[in-house]
Design a protein around this ligand. Structure first.
Ligand code: ADE
Ligand code: ZN
Length: 340
């Protein structure tokens, strides 16, 4: 198989996406359309000026812009349109299942009711399932730059809607906000019977990964790419089969790694970690899942077996039912068998 055959194979694979922030899929064109529709002023003259601001030197420099742009999201239809736009692009990249983060506190803090956000996102999921057959679930993420008490209040607001929330996560500014600050919050999430995940080891140290596992009960680690800085943490992740939702373009755009060739992805795989590939905030970081696959292909030239493993991991690491996972993996196997 030539390198370009392997790339085509990887781009066309059926796969799951487990780490994407719906607010991070807000493309400049939609941001300005919603700004006009809602009479909201964005702090940029036009789409070109906004795109020119996508030059980040850290997670925080990105988050500042990401939260500012989210201000255009006001109505149930805005959230629906945002979700549909993501699902259309994801489906075009071969994504058949997505577990999608949303940050309700970004919206409720601006006076948007929790139900408006959730109803709109669910409208989009239902329409996406009809149009493209894509399966989607929501994971509510708490903002770690806020206090645990504020997050507990958000959880109380979410409780009437638990049937529509598939799991809970932790995101936003990592440095200085360790998982240990959210022990009560995540104990409550687990009591409610939901799986929990946490961003850890993106910019923060490997100890945050250990805290997320031991103190929060995280079932997946979002990013986790800094695990290579502590061999004991990396060995543990591999031995326990804890999935890492790695986002290569995000990590290079936010300067976690200077360039793709320096990314820890090959070291994580070599250590036996259960890695999945994801897009994080694709509107801001240069592309959706297949753009990440292209960038990884160019840097590392993985073989077909590695791409199969990454796609299979994405299904195995999902929070879907065993029956769904078995059906998706059978589809993946059929795809690879036909390509041989
Ligand atoms: N929120 C959106 N994208 C994020 C990221 N990469 N890390 C932490 N919080 C986020
Ligand atoms: Zn993220």
């Amino acid at each position: 198989m030539t390198a370009s055959d392997v790339l085509s194979l990887a781009l066309g694979m059926p796969k799951a996406e487990l780490h994407v922030h719906i607010e991070g899929t807000l493309e400049p064109e939609l941001a300005f359309a919603l700004a006009r529709r809602n009479g909201v002023a964005l702090p940029y003259a036009d789409e070109a000026a906004l795109k020119a601001a996508y030059a980040f030197d850290s997670l925080q420099s990105f988050l500042d812009l990401y939260y500012a742009c989210a201000d255009v999201l006001r109505t149930r239809d805005d959230f629906r349109d945002l979700m549909l736009a993501y699902l259309e692009r994801a489906a075009a990249d071969g994504v058949i299942h997505a577990e999608i983060f949303f940050d309700p506190q970004t919206h409720t803090a601006r006076g948007i009711p929790f139900a408006t956000v959730l109803d709109g996102l669910d409208d989009g999921l239902a329409e996406g399932a009809r149009r493209w057959g894509i399966s989607g679930r929501l994971i509510l993420c708490f903002l770690r730059h806020l206090s645990e008490d504020e997050c507990l209040a958000t959880l109380a607001e979410a409780e009437p809607y638990l049937a529509r929330i598939h799991g809970f996560g932790l995101d936003s500014s990592e440095r200085g906000h360790p998982p240990s600050q959210f022990v009560r919050l995540f104990a409550r999430c687990r009591e409610l019977g939901k799986p929990v995940v946490a961003h850890a080891g993106e910019e923060g140290p490997p100890e945050y990964i250990t805290e997320a596992l031991d103190l929060l009960g995280a079932r997946r680690i979002d990013h986790g790419v800094r695990a290579v800085d502590d061999p004991a943490v990396l060995t543990r992740l591999a031995e326990e089969g804890i999935p890492l939702t790695v986002c290569p373009l995000s990590n290079t755009r936010l300067c976690v790694f200077k360039e793709m060739r320096e990314h820890s992805l090959p070291r994580l795989l070599a250590a036996g970690a259960k890695v999945t590939l994801n897009s994080d905030d694709p509107a801001y970081f240069g592309g959706y899942l297949n753009a990440n696959i292209r960038a990884v292909h160019e840097a590392f030239h993985f073989d077909a077996a590695t791409w199969y493993r990454l796609a299979r991991n994405s299904f195995e690491a999902s929070f879907a039912s065993d029956a769904e996972k078995t059906a998706w993996i059978a589809r993946l196997d059929t795809y690879f068998a036909a390509a041989r």
